[in-house]
Design a protein around this ligand. Structure first.
Ligand code: XIL
Length: 626
C-alpha cells in the first residue's frame, strides 16, 4: 500500500515536470482520447475518469448533511509563487543587492548602506553554519538591520559590535539551496534600505550518522471554538527536520473519538471526536520519531466548546432580510472547511446567514487544473453539494485571471494560450454551468492607471482576450450572469474610468457582459462613499448589474469595531439605494480564516460571534428608506 502511494506520487511529479517543458498531451489521464493528443497540437486532454472525485470516509471530515468527496489521487498543486534556486544561480555568486530609495532622497549626498565580506556559502547537513552580517555606511554611522525570514531553528544574534550572526544547523530536510536575506537601514533615513541575500548550498555528508537526530514536532495548530455535539476534526501534521515521517499519537483520545492516518498523506493524521461537554479542553498530541521511538515531543491543542446558545444571534438571518430587499447576500467559502476543526459551526453559520457562496480558492486555475490534463474537482464538487443542501446560489470565481496560475500555463508558448483559455472555460463551465449562475469571467483586468494590466493572457491575445473569454463563456451558458471583477474601483480614479471605457467598448462590439464585480477590500478609514455611489450609478447607466463581490473592512490601527460597522452599513445602504446592485458578498466568513485575518475584517469573530458589523448589516437591511 505504502509503495503504490509512493509510485503514484512520483508519477504525478514526473507528469508535472514533464509537462512544464511545454510538452503536448502529457496529462495524467491514461484514458485520454488519442485523437485529442494527435490532432490538437495545443489542446491538453479534457477531464477523464482519473479526475473523478471519490467519496471520502466520514472519519476524515465533519460534513454535516452531505457526503464529502476527495481527489482520487494525491493533491497536485503548483503555484506561480515557488521560485527555485539552481546550481547556476549559486555559481553566479552573491545575488545583487536590492536598494530601496525613498522619494526625494539625493543618492549623491547619501549612499545606500552595504554589507561587507559576504559570499555564497556551502555547508554539509548536520554542521553549524555561521554567517556574519556587517552592514556599513559611507556616511559613517552603523546601519541597523533585520533578517527577512529565519529558517526553522535558525537564529540571528547581535554581536554588539554592529554585526549580527546568522546561525543555523541544516538537517536532511534542508538539503538543496536556501536564500537568506538581511535588510540594512540607512542611519540617516531608515526608509533607505539595502537588502542583501546570501545563497546557501546544503549537501548531505558521506557519513549520515554525523547528522543529529532531532525530536519530531507537530505543525502549528491554532485554537478553535466549536459547538457542543458537533463533530470536530483536526488534520494533524507531523514534522521531522531529519526528513522522516513521525508517528502521531493521542494518549488520551476523547471518548468515541478516532485517530486515523490519512491514506494519501503519511504525515497527516486525522483526529475526530464529538465533544458533549461545554468548556475549554486541551488535548495532548505526541509526535514519535520514526528512527528512534524514544525520541518524542508533546504539543497541547486547545478547543473551546460552547453550547448551542453560545452561537445564537438576535434578530433575523441576513439572508431573509436581504431577500425582502431583493438583494442576495453571500460569502467566500474557505476551501475544505469540512476538514477544519470548526467546520460544522462554520457550515451552520454560513447556511443560516447567506444565500450566495463563492469558492475562495478551489476554482482558481492552479488548483483546478494543476497539470495539463489533470483536474481537481473535489473541493468544488463539495461546495456544490453544500450549496444545494442550503439552497444557495454559487458565484464561480474566477475563470481568467493573471494570478494563481499553474506553472504549466505560465510556461506555455504564447501562441497556445488562447486554446488553453477557451479549453479551460469549456471544461469548467461544461462541468458547472448548471450549478453556478454567476461567473467572474475576467478577474482584475485593469492596471491602476486605467490601461489593461499586463498578464499572460494580454501578452498572447492582446486586449481581445477579454472579448474572447466573455464570448466563450456565453457560448457555454445562455443565461449565466457574466461579470468582470475588479479591485480599487470603489472610488473615482483612472482605474475605474478605464474599466468604464472597457465596458463601453465591449458593448459597442456586442460582447456579452452582465455586470461589474466590485471587490471592495476596504479599510475602516474608508470614507469615499459618494464616489462609490457615483461609480455604481455609472455602471447602472450602462444597463448592467453591480455585484459587491469581495467586501471586507480591515481595521486600521486603533480603529474601533463600531467604525468598521459604520463602513459596512454605508456600503449596504449604497447597494440598497441602487436597483442594479444585486448582491453583497463578503470575502470570507470569520476573522479566523480571512485572508486579511490580522485586520479582523469580517462580520464574525474567531469564535463565530457576531461583531458590531453584523448587527449593522442586519439593521441596514431591515430599515427601508434612508
Ligand atoms: C485570495 C484568497 O483569499 C487567498 O486565500 C489566496 O491565497 C489569494 O487569493 N482578489 C481576488 C481573490 O479576486 O481571488 C483573492 O483571494 C483576493 C483578492
Amino acid at each position: 500500500m505504502q509503495k503504490s502511494l509512493v509510485s503514484r506520487n512520483l508519477l504525478a511529479l514526473l507528469a508535472l515536470g514533464f509537462c512544464a517543458l511545454g510538452m503536448v498531451g502529457c496529462g495524467g489521464n491514461s484514458n485520454s482520447d488519442p485523437d485529442t493528443v494527435t490532432n490538437a497540437s495545443v489542446s491538453t486532454p479534457p477531464p477523464g475518469p482519473d479526475d473523478t472525485p471519490i467519496v471520502e470516509q466520514a472519519i476524515f471530515n465533519n460534513a454535516v448533511g452531505f457526503p464529502v468527496v476527495r481527489e482520487p489521487g494525491p493533491r497536485l498543486s503548483t503555484t506561480d509563487e515557488a521560485i527555485e534556486i539552481t546550481e547556476a544561480d549559486f555559481m553566479r555568486g552573491l545575488p545583487t543587492a536590492v536598494i530601496q530609495v525613498p522619494d526625494g532622497l539625493d543618492t549623491a549626498t547619501n549612499q545606500a548602506p552595504f554589507f561587507e565580506g559576504l559570499e555564497n556559502i556551502e555547508v554539509v547537513a548536520g554542521q553549524i553554519l555561521e554567517v556574519v552580517f556587517k552592514p556599513r555606511d559611507a556616511e559613517g554611522e552603523l546601519p541597523g538591520m533585520f533578517p527577512e525570514k529565519l529558517p526553522q531553528g535558525g537564529t540571528f544574534d547581535d554581536n554588539f559590535d554592529g554585526s549580527k550572526t546568522f546561525r543555523f544547523q541544516p538537517l536532511q530536510n534542508d538539503v538543496g539551496f536556501l536564500k537568506f536575506t538581511v535588510t540594512a537601514l540607512d542611519p540617516v533615513n531608515p526608509q533607505y534600505r539595502t537588502s542583501q541575500s546570501v545563497l546557501i548550498k546544503i549537501t548531505l555528508p558521506t557519513d549520515l550518522s554525523t547528522i543529529p537526530n532531532v525530536a519530531p514536532m507537530l505543525d502549528d495548530v491554532i485554537a478553535h471554538t466549536v459547538r457542543v455535539n458537533d463533530p470536530v476534526v483536526f488534520e494533524l501534521k507531523g514534522i521531522d527536520l531529519n526528513g522522516t515521517v513521525p508517528r502521531l499519537e493521542v494518549p488520551n483520545l476523547p471518548v468515541g473519538g478516532s485517530l486515523v492516518q490519512d491514506p494519501r498523506f503519511d504525515e497527516i493524521y486525522v483526529l475526530k471526536f464529538t465533544p458533549d461537554t461545554i468548556g475549554v479542553f486541551s488535548i495532548d498530541i505526541l509526535a514519535r520519531d520514526s528512527v528512534d521511538p524514544a525520541l518524542t515531543s508533546t504539543t497541547a491543542i486547545s478547543v473551546t466548546v460552547l453550547s448551542e446558545l453560545g452561537f445564537q444571534r438576535e434578530g433575523e438571518p441576513l439572508r431573509s432580510l436581504a431577500q425582502n430587499r431583493d438583494v442576495q447576500i453571500g460569502f467566500a467559502a474557505l476551501q475544505s472547511f469540512y476538514h477544519r476543526p470548526d467546520g460544522a459551526i462554520y457550515a451552520a453559520t454560513a447556511a443560516r446567514e447567506y444565500d450566495i457562496v463563492t469558492p475562495e480558492n478551489s476554482m482558481k486555475m492552479d488548483y483546478l487544473n494543476p497539470a495539463p490534463g489533470r483536474y481537481q474537482f473535489a473541493a468544488t464538487d463539495n461546495l456544490v453539494a453544500f450549496a444545494k443542501l442550503h439552497d444557495m446560489t454559487i458565484h464561480a470565481h474566477p475563470l481568467v485571471w493573471y494570478r494563481q496560475l499553474p506553472a504549466w500555463i505560465l510556461n506555455s508558448a504564447v501562441a497556445t494560450r488562447e486554446t488553453h483559455m477557451t479549453d479551460y472555460i469549456d471544461r469548467v463551465m461544461g462541468r458547472y454551468a448548471q450549478d453556478m449562475s454567476i461567473w467572474d469571467v475576467v478577474n482584475e483586468p485593469m492596471a491602476d492607471n486605467g490601461t489593461l494590466r499586463d498578464s499572460i493572457w494580454l501578452e498572447s491575445m492582446g486586449a481581445e482576450y477579454i472579448d474572447k473569454a466573455l464570448l466563450k463563456a456565453r457560448s457555454m451558458s445562455a443565461d449565466a450572469t457574466l461579470l468582470i471583477n475588479e479591485f480599487d474601483i470603489g472610488f473615482a480614479g483612472a482605474k475605474f474610468s478605464g474599466l468604464m471605457q472597457l465596458v463601453d467598448e465591449l458593448q459597442v462590439r456586442d460582447v456579452p457582459l452582465d455586470g461589474v464585480g466590485f471587490q471592495l477590500h476596504l479599510f475602516s478609514s474608508f470614507n469615499q462613499f459618494d464616489d462609490l455611489r457615483a461609480n455604481f450609478a455609472e455602471v447602472a447607466a450602462r444597463d448592467i448589474d453591480i455585484y459587491i463581490t469581495e467586501l471586507d473592512v480591515s481595521l486600521t490601527e486603533g480603529a474601533t469595531t463600531a467604525r468598521q460597522a459604520e463602513v459596512y452599513a454605508q456600503v449596504v445602504a449604497i447597494c440598497l439605494e441602487q436597483a442594479r446592485c444585486k448582491a453583497i458578498q463578503t470575502w470570507g466568513l470569520t476573522d479566523q480564516y480571512s485572508f486579511r485575518s490580522i485586520f479582523d475584517p469580517l462580520l464574525f469573530d474567531r469564535a463565530y460571534q457576531a461583531k458590531p458589523a453584523y448587527g449593522a448589516v442586519q439593521n441596514r437591511l431591515a430599515i427601508f428608506g434612508n
